[in-house]
Write a protein that binds this ligand. Structure first.
Ligand SMILES: Cc1cc2nc3c(=O)[nH]c(=O)nc-3n(C[C@H](O)[C@H](O)[C@H](O)COP(=O)(O)OP(=O)(O)OC[C@H]3O[C@@H](n4cnc5c(N)ncnc54)[C@H](O)[C@@H]3O)c2cc1C
Length: 390
């Protein structure tokens, strides 16, 4: 066990910080208000070689690991982007990159991975459905065999980044639940074009993460070609778990970077702000202790995430760690942004000081991509061997 970063990892962190600082918090404030996808930012991340860090060298990536990706995401998030940076990595190198590099055909990998890594195309993933919600396996979206391919019908909800995506990883039933050997049987993944006859989408008005749309998606007899299948027909669930569990790692990294940023903004403010005489408010323990507590909690989430990422890179089980890290990170960052706002008083509420955006954005991750309750269910059932309650 070694908690030191090696020299290559230190260089990666530094180059992520440099890209992030070129944009800074002001850029994110402006795009948040305009509800605009951070296109120039993502291009800069890709141009610096950061998107493809964990993707195969033969397709334009660096062939490093999820640990390096976590370092990049937290460093970028801490320079101003906050938790949205985790989502940018989620939609592209995870939804696009992990699914294709691990389960896509050679032709798909050759065609799409270089484009994802270079920032030429964006991806999204359509899993959640309005009637199934957390109970994902109840999904109704169905891809019915039709000649050499399929016809897709159904509806998804809350899909991130559809409006700016070129490709969509769709998870659908390919055999009826009533005919399946188990609830996880009969699911398949497809990588399809977002612009395709029969596929429509509509944005949902929401609290935060305003630079990325969250959309309802409708499939009305959408044609899916045979070569668009990702992974094993009817057996996609197990393969999907690698996409979902690595998604937790970048989400957590985005959150701990947000926690670092919020705490730093609050500390800087508190060291400067004086309201009773010449001592700054940061000299009061009532201000210091909650921030110190938040710092410790963010650090604990970061370390658990490093364990998840390292286990993934070594081919070891990492599902429990990646989910537990996400649970801790979402709670720690929600508290850190809340305390940062409290520390800054009225100015914490002002857009100009950025904390309100971080606070709004990170609230999402207490229930998405997987909720606190479902992680605790998993830990109780899977790690503690307790009976399932639902
Ligand atoms: C902004 C945003 C972006 C998103 N992006 C994507 C995306 O890109 N792709 C995608 O596929 N999905 C996406 N999602 C969907 C997200 O993953 C779901 O919202 C999340 O999994 C929760 O599902 P739900 O909203 O249907 O809640 P529900 O399933 O309705 O759950 C409601 C509440 O009940 C609790 N609950 C349910 N069952 C149990 C149980 N057995 N025990 C204890 N508590 C329980 C839940 O934990 C939750 O607190 C996004 C959601 C949002 C809001």
């Amino acid at each position: 066990m070694d908690f030191q970063l090696d020299s290559e990892q230190k260089m990666i962190v530094e180059s992520a910080r440099q890209v992030g600082r070129r944009f800074g918090a002001e850029y994110w404030r402006r795009l948040d208000a305009a509800k605009t996808f951070p296109r120039e930012y993502w291009q800069a991340v890709c141009d610096a070689g950061l998107c493809g860090v964990a993707l195969p060298g033969e397709h334009g990536g660096s062939g490093l690991g999820m640990m390096e990706m976590a370092l990049i995401v937290e460093s970028l998030a801490a320079t101003g982007g906050g938790s949205t940076v985790g989502q940018l990595f989620m939609i592209n190198p995870i939804f696009g990159g992990v699914s294709l590099s691990r389960f896509g055909s050679e032709a798909m990998r050759r065609e799409l991975l270089p484009q994802i890594i270079a920032g030429k195309i964006n991806c999204c993933m359509a899993l959640t459905e309005p009637d199934a919600g957390t109970n994902t396996l109840e999904m109704k979206t169905f891809a019915a065999a039709d000649g050499s391919g399929w016809r897709l019908n159904g509806q998804k909800i809350w899909i991130t980044g559809v409006a700016s995506a070129d490709k969509m990883l769709v998870v659908a039933r390919t055999s009826k639940l009533s005919e399946a050997t188990s609830r996880t049987d009969g699911l398949s993944m497809f990588m399809i074009d977002v612009k395709r006859a029969g596929l429509t989408h509509a944005p949902i008005d929401k609290l935060g993460t305003c630079t990325l749309d969250s959309s309802s998606v409708f499939f009305d007899n959408v044609r899916v070609e045979a070569h668009e299948l990702v992974g094993t027909l009817h057996k996609g669930w197990r393969e999907l778990l690698d996409v979902l569990n690595t998604e937790r790692i970048v989400t957590t990294a985005g959150l701990v970077g947000t926690g670092d940023l919020a705490i730093r903004l609050a500390v800087d403010y508190a060291k400067d702000r004086k309201v009773f005489g010449s001592r700054p408010i940061g000299a009061y323990q009532g201000i210091q202790f909650p921030l110190a507590q938040c710092h410790v909690e963010v650090e604990a989430a970061r370390l658990l995430n490093y364990k998840a990422a390292t286990n993934f890179d070594r081919g070891l089980p990492y599902g429990s760690e990646s989910n537990a890290a996400k649970l801790l990170a979402a709670q720690a960052t929600a508290r850190a942004t809340e305390r940062a706002m409290q520390t800054m008083g009225g100015m914490g509420y002002a857009k100009e000081f950025d904390v309100e955006r971080l606070w709004r954005d990170c609230r999402l991750f207490k229930f998405a991509p997987v909720s606190e309750e479902m992680i605790l269910n998993y830990v109780a059932n899977h790690d503690l061997g307790m009976p399932r309650s639902y």
